[in-house]
Design a protein around this ligand. Structure first.
Ligand code: SAM
Ligand code: SF4
Length: 464
């Protein structure tokens, strides 16, 4: 707590790079700094504090964050009182060294340091000494690891339920920059979800690097299936989603949740990474292609309408043309609803960075393009099967196209755009799908005569 400027409202600008977990941490930061009289602004040039929340999972993400930091040099020169802070994985990875390398950077906030920002800021402002905090063993003390309400009004909200990772996949830097796996206490998560629902949130998306190992090693804690069953009882919570699940830990009890829980959306993000057993072994993923195929078959048997999405890496060290063909054939076999695909990039101190057999950039790029072309065809074919069907859509807000078009998602996580009044935002409504695109669907609302539709009232979000 700085206590220095408590009477004066100051302006905070946050630029977030990377995954949903970073966006969640940004929301925590905004809440924590809100208590210190900081108000978020949309123009970084107006800010008293600029916080860059970074990701280092792939080299490109790190370069983007560093280049953004570089562009702030002139602004800091013109306004020396501006505080520039860098948080997240890049900050954790480089630590104090970043302060040495970047003169206009004032605070380096490691991945366990968000709750420490007010104290770091106060120390910097009092002493003029630039600060770095990168302790991965910090246990959060009395600082809540969650947040109590959404930063921006919204229908859907992320809730991080666990942090870090113990898996050490050969290519991945996450365990090194986020530390070991740690589950948040279930009572804290339940409380947070309750307050989000009170603020008008209808859908929560639980986040963790490996959500299905939630609670492992914590005495008397719920396991992930138990947590889902408990949260499914929260009144007013219409939809539950989660990401990411590791195939090696997908338990029968979690599969059972898909069969039993109405509010659990029939969608699972289950990263496979490669279709080749040889590469999966080199990646240290802990499952085989066959095991993965059995899981997806089992899931679809448990719940026929379940959508499966995945992550795939091309050009992992040692990946031959034949290994890559096996990734393509896995795509044909599983037919994912959607796929995130990446060119392998070396990350510092990971096991894969020391492997030989590095694949040339040009080859990686060709493989990525071929993989993406195949997946685009599969996604479009899957989307086309939806045409003529009526599906429940949770309305999230105006569509990117603007005008009176609204946008929402099917339970399977497909984006649907349709015409409708703004009052429908937050409602789960039936929509007849009329057109399929590669990345979205179009439809028409089919409830014009429905009483509830007529009675929808303007929502108020947390009094904002
Ligand atoms: N915990 C999740 C899991 O087990 O799959 C994924 C977390 S990681 C933040 C998101 C995705 O980034 C991974 O699934 C992987 O496909 C990709 N990724 C991670 N490290 C990478 C690397 N060094 N090069 C390319 N892609 C990488
Ligand atoms: Fe990285 Fe593997 Fe952990 Fe996912 S499970 S965060 S890919 S080490």
């Amino acid at each position: 707590m700085s206590g220095r400027n408590n009477s004066k409202v100051r302006r905070l600008f946050v630029r977030t790079f990377g995954c949903q977990m970073n966006r969640y941490d940004t929301e925590r930061l905004v809440e924590i700094l809100g208590e210190e009289q900081f108000e978020p602004v949309v123009d970084y040039r107006q800010a008293d504090l600029i916080f860059i929340n970074t990701c280092t999972v792939r080299d490109k993400a790190e370069q983007k964050a560093l280049s953004y930091l570089g562009r702030l040099k002139g602004l800091k020169r013109r306004r020396p009182e501006l505080v520039v802070a860098m948080g997240g994985c890049v900050a954790q990875q480089h630590g104090e060294d970043l302060l040495r390398r970047v003169e206009h950077l004032d605070l380096v906030v490691g991945t366990h340091g968000i709750g420490r920002v007010p104290a770091m800021l106060a120390c910097y402002e009092t002493t003029g000494e630039r600060q770095a905090f990168v302790d991965l063993t910090y246990d959060f003390g009395d600082v809540s690891d969650g947040r109590s309400r959404p930063w921006k009004p919204g229908v859907s909200s992320y809730v991080t339920i666990m942090r870090g990772c113990d898996n050490f996949c050969a290519y991945c830097i996450v365990p090194l920059v986020r530390g070991g796996e740690r589950s948040r206490p279930s009572h804290e998560i339940i409380r947070e979800v309750g307050s989000l629902v009170e603020c008008g949130v209808r859908e929560v998306i639980f986040l963790g690097q490996n959500v299905n190992s939630y609670g492992q090693g914590v005495p008397d804690e719920l396991d992930f299936a138990g947590l889902l069953r408990r949260l499914a009882q929260v009144e007013g919570l219409v939809r539950i989603r989660f990401t990411t699940s590791h195939p090696k830990d997908l338990s029968p009890s979690l599969m059972g949740c898909f069969a039993d829980l109405e509010s659990l959306c029939p969608h699972i993000h289950l990263p496979v990474q490669s279709g080749s057993d040889r590469i999966l072994q080199r990646m240290k993923r802990g499952y085989t292609r066959d095991h993965y195929l059995r899981l997806t078959t089992e899931l679809r048997k448990t719940r026929e309408d379940v959508a499966v999405s995945s992550d795939m890496i091309v050009g992992f060290p040692g990946e031959s043309e034949e290994d890559f063909r096996q990734s393509l054939s896995l795509l044909e076999e599983v037919r994912f609803e959607s796929l995130f695909s990446f060119k392998y990039s070396d990350r510092p101190q990971t096991a894969a960075s020391r492997l030989d057999g590095k694949v040339e950039e040009e080859v990686k790029l060709q493989r990525l393009r071929e993989l993406q072309r195949l997946q685009e065809r599969i996604t479009l074919e899957k989307n086309e099967t939806r045409v003529g069907q009526t599906t429940r859509v949770l309305v999230e807000g105006p569509s990117q196209a603007g005008g009176t078009q609204l946008s929402g998602r099917t339970p399977q996580n497909q984006v649907v755009n349709f015409q409708g009044p703004a009052q429908l935002v937050g409602e789960e409504i039936p929509v007849l799908i009329t057109v399929a695109h590669p990345h979205s669907l179009e439809g028409v609302v089919c409830m014009e005569n429905n009483e509830r539709f007529k009675a929808v009232k303007e929502r108020s979000w947390c009094g904002k």
